[in-house]
Design a protein around this ligand. Structure first.
Ligand code: PEP
Ligand code: MG
Length: 835
């Protein structure tokens, strides 16, 4: 017998991943190896991950290793070497997309002042959702009833043998196509299924006459309890791994019909997941999915793009473990601020009631535009289309007011599976989309695989610069049969709808000519086979590689239409990675160089009598819309929930003014100058008097300074005077921080000169009951929000005039006792000499 001691230097102690390394090494020897934690006195079999975890070994614990058997000398030698040299480095922290150098946006004061219990991530899909927080993949064994009863112990053992083998096989297959974190997690799961103690515990239950299901659940509970007793929070959270593996085992023995997939939702739910594949997302019942929190995933990842198109509020980069204690409880996900609220107090309820009210008012107003054609003030029409990634999105896109599908990203049909879809599967999907479109046009983009969209079964090796590498049209020659299959499916479906074909990432004439040859071949084949298809299916290209801008005249001779992929065109023109947070400041589509490029290509395409749209994320950005209208694009395609808002914005613009604005923007020298120009343009867009009835509310039930400032700022958003009410409110708070604006006599005058108010306003609110306003009480609030670019010292003049008037009792009385909004409006106008 040999022994030695060592001290654990792992920050998170011996949990599943490091334990699986020890177990793997120890299983190479026939000697018995035990691991005793001197602090807890607990010892375990070093050949079992679960047993090792059960010793509750934490950072700094002294452990005694005992080895006895034939090969004890070699085992001692190797284990000692491993524990000294490799073990301390074998547990890199799990990668989290919330890298420390990506600063989270500061939360608005109206929210942070409420001291709400919350966690913050990055907001990637807007909206507010409420539901039970549930971890995808986490199973509650207590909820499983009517378990299958036991057959004979030998039958049950046989079933268990097959079940274990099939789980091992399935995890091993997943391992071949996984990377980094995912592969470490899978490795840990594999060690659990193969674990000696785990398997022995199951067998013991079977020999006692239990069914496989009963044995698995009892085993899960046994090891789960053992881990839950650990003194480390980190270790406790590893219990999920055991539940996960045990559920996979149940599914493999009894089938997924009996033990349904954990993507099945039973009540309004906010889903929390390390990661979610696009196909898992599509499986979820959207009527019950109220929000999504992903530890990983950027703002243009495909699952996130899907979430946006289904209007599911989504946050990324939030550590799932930080929320583990809230699983099963009611939460609110705020996809605008990027927070998940875990304690729903009364002020929280009131905060979100107000948020919902504002959303509702805006949605009702925008709904009027949804089914109308998008036309500018002077009557120029623009086609507003939707981006989709699967035919299942198409009906909703049209319900949201899409006049066409401007981009059907098809690569998702190829991802998260073991082989490419065949022609019939694709044909059916395209036919489904045609049915939803009911004659409206659909631009199907052929596969854009590679870059950030890997497909394991194509075995494309990892690259240093995937966005500059083997991607989209560049892979077609190698996978020509797959490309042809897709073309055949699109052409066949073209017999049932108005389909167009678009090729991604075209950078040269050679690629265009090659694609046209292949397309001609496919057409010829179909003709020969007498398969019906529309003879005139237009062929277009994505305009996303800058080289095309310089040969656009030649492309117009070969190509029917173009769609600007602003996501990629920005990254390729500015040489700035669209997914790299470090260079996010240089990734800006307002760069004058970018605007000049857009203007050049649109003019050239139109000069040649061809059609050009835009389908990148830029299309949905309200602030940039005047520039896109100024360009004279034929179409703008975007996520469907943004369509009604865009149509409303277009109705308020004049395309000739937008053209002048674009000319000025292209002459700016910096992004900052363009932003300033856009802000000034917005200011001139509406004539709104300083005092107006729609900014006056009497006898409101507001209970704090936060509620007052929020409600008044929100109202300025509703009335179209400001775009970012939270930023405007923050500017008001900045003033309140210096000195509270309570004047005494129940009056307060919060005020700011801000870039966030487009049309200056005096807002008024009389409260049902007085509230604390700093050291004073306030019941009548007059809020001054003046535009930063407004003339001279107007701000101070109005402020001091108001303050002086409020010193007069009869002015105060008249305001306090006014019975209508109109009376207040008239009084203020008269006293401030604004008539
Ligand atoms: C784009 O690049 O703007 C685009 C729409 O394509 P994707 O985001 O799929 O690369
Ligand atoms: Mg692109």
């Amino acid at each position: 017998m040999k022994t030695f001691s060592f001290c654990c230097e792992l920050l998170n102690g011996v949990h599943a991943r490091p334990a699986s390394h020890v177990e793997a090494l120890c299983n190479q020897f026939c000697s018995e190896i035990t691991w005793q934690n001197q602090r807890t006195g607990m010892s375990g079999n070093a050949k079992s991950v679960l047993s090792l975890i059960g010793t509750d070994t934490l950072l700094g614990d002294e452990c005694l290793i005992t080895i006895s058997g034939q090969d004890e000398d070699t085992a001692l030698d190797q284990l000692k070497r491993f524990l000294t040299n490799e073990f301390p480095h074998c547990d890199e922290p799990l990668q989290n997309s919330q890298s420390s150098d990506v600063a989270l946006a500061p939360l608005p004061r109206n929210f942070s002042n409420l001291n709400i219990d919350h966690q913050q991530g990055r907001a990637v899909s807007d909206g507010i959702g409420r539901g039970i927080l549930s971890m995808m993949g986490a199973v509650n064994f207590d909820n499983l009833d009517n378990l299958p009863s036991a057959l004979s112990p030998s039958d049950e053992q046989q079933q268990m043998k097959h079940g274990l083998a099939s789980v091992v096989k399935s995890i091993s297959i997943q391992l071949t196509s996984s990377e980094h974190t995912e592969s470490q997690v899978l490795q840990a799961h594999l060690s659990i299924v193969n674990d000696e103690e785990f398997q022995q515990t199951i067998i013991r239950h079977l020999t006692e006459g239990r069914s496989c299901a009963e044995a698995i659940i009892a085993t899960a509970k046994h090891f789960g309890d053992m881990i839950k007793n650990s003194s480390s929070q980190y270790m406790k959270e590893r219990e999920l791994d055991i539940r996960d593996v045990c559920y996979q085992l149940l599914q493999s023995i009894y089938g997924e019909e009996r033990f349904v997939s954990q993507t099945q939702l039973l009540e309004p739910t906010v889903c929390l997941a390390q990661d979610l594949t696009p196909s898992q997302f599509l499986e979820l019942d959207k009527s019950l999915l109220k929000g999504l929190i992903l530890s990983h995933g950027g703002s243009t990842s495909h699952t996130v793009i899907l979430a946006r198109s289904f209007a599911i509020p989504t946050i990324v980069g939030l550590d799932a473990e930080a929320l583990s204690e809230c699983i099963g409880s009611h939460v609110i996900l705020d996809g605008h601020l990027g927070v998940i609220v875990t304690d729903i107090t009364k002020p929280v309820e009131r905060y979100y009631e107000q948020e919902q009210k504002v959303k509702q008012i805006v949605a009702t107003r925008q709904a009027k535009y949804r089914d109308l054609a998008a036309t500018t003030k002077e009557g120029k029409a623009y086609e507003i289309a939707a981006n989709i990634a699967h035919s299942v999105e198409a009906p909703q896109a049209f319900l949201n007011g899409a006049e066409a599908i401007g981009l059907f990203r098809t690569e998702m049909l190829y991802m998260d599976r073991t082989c490419a879809p065949d022609e019939n599967e694709l044909y059916n999907i395209f036919c489904q989309a045609c049915e939803a479109a009911n004659g409206k046009s659909i631009i199907v983009r052929t596969i854009d695989i590679g870059g950030d969209k890997p497909v394991a079964y194509l075995n494309i090796p990892a690259e240093n610069n995937p966005f500059l590498g083997y991607r989209a049209v560049r892979i077609y020659p190698e996978f020509v049969e797959m490309f042809k299959t897709q073309l055949r499916a699109i052409l066949r479906a073209s017999a049932h709808g108005n389909l167009k074909i678009m090729i991604p990432m075209i950078s040269s004439m050679e690629e265009i000519l090659w694609v046209k040859d292949v397309l001609a071949e496919v057409r010829q084949e179909l003709r020969k086979e007498q398969v019906p298809f529309a003879e005139r299916v237009p062929l277009g290209i994505m305009l996303e590689v800058p080289s095309i801008a310089f040969i656009i005249d030649q492309c117009c001779e070969e190509i029917d239409f173009f769609s600007i992929g602003s996501n990629d065109l920005t990254q390729y023109l500015m040489a700035v990675d669209r997914d790299n947070a470090k260079v996010v400041n240089s990734y800006n589509s307002l760069n004058p160089a970018f605007l000049r490029t857009l203007d050049h290509v649109v003019r050239e395409v139109h000069r040649h009598g061809k059609w050009i749209g835009l389908c990148g994320e830029l299309g949905a950005k309200g602030s940039v819309l005047p520039l896109l209208i100024g360009l004279g694009l034929d179409e703008i395609s975007m996520n469907a929930p943004s369509i009604a808002a865009t149509k409303e914005r277009i109705s308020k613009l004049d395309s000739r003014e937008c053209r002048q604005l674009l000319n000025k923007a292209m002459n700016c020298r910096t992004v900052h100058e363009v932003e300033h120009l856009l802000a000034q343009f917005r200011m001139t867009q509406a004539e709104a008097p300083l005092v107006a009835k729609d900014c006056i509310s009497l006898d409101l039930d507001l209970r704090s300074k936060e509620e007052v400032i929020k409600t008044l700022a929100d109202n300025l958003f509703i009335t179209g005077r400001c775009r970012y009410p939270n930023k405007l409110a923050d500017d008001l708070w900045a003033r309140e921080d210096v000195f509270s604006t309570g004047l005494g006599f129940g009056f307060a005058i919060p005020h700011t000169k801000s870039e966030h108010i487009e049309q200056s306003a005096i807002s008024v609110c009389r409260l049902a009951n007085p509230i604390a306003w700093g050291d004073e009480q306030a019941q009548f609030i007059i809020m001054l929000t003046l535009n930063k670019h407004a003339a001279g010292d107007q701000h101070m003049k109005i402020f001091s005039k108001l303050a002086r008037k409020i010193m007069h009792a009869d002015f105060r009385d008249q305001l306090m006792h006014a019975s209508t909004d109109e009376q207040v409006e008239a009084l203020l106008k008269q006293e401030l000499e604004l008539v």
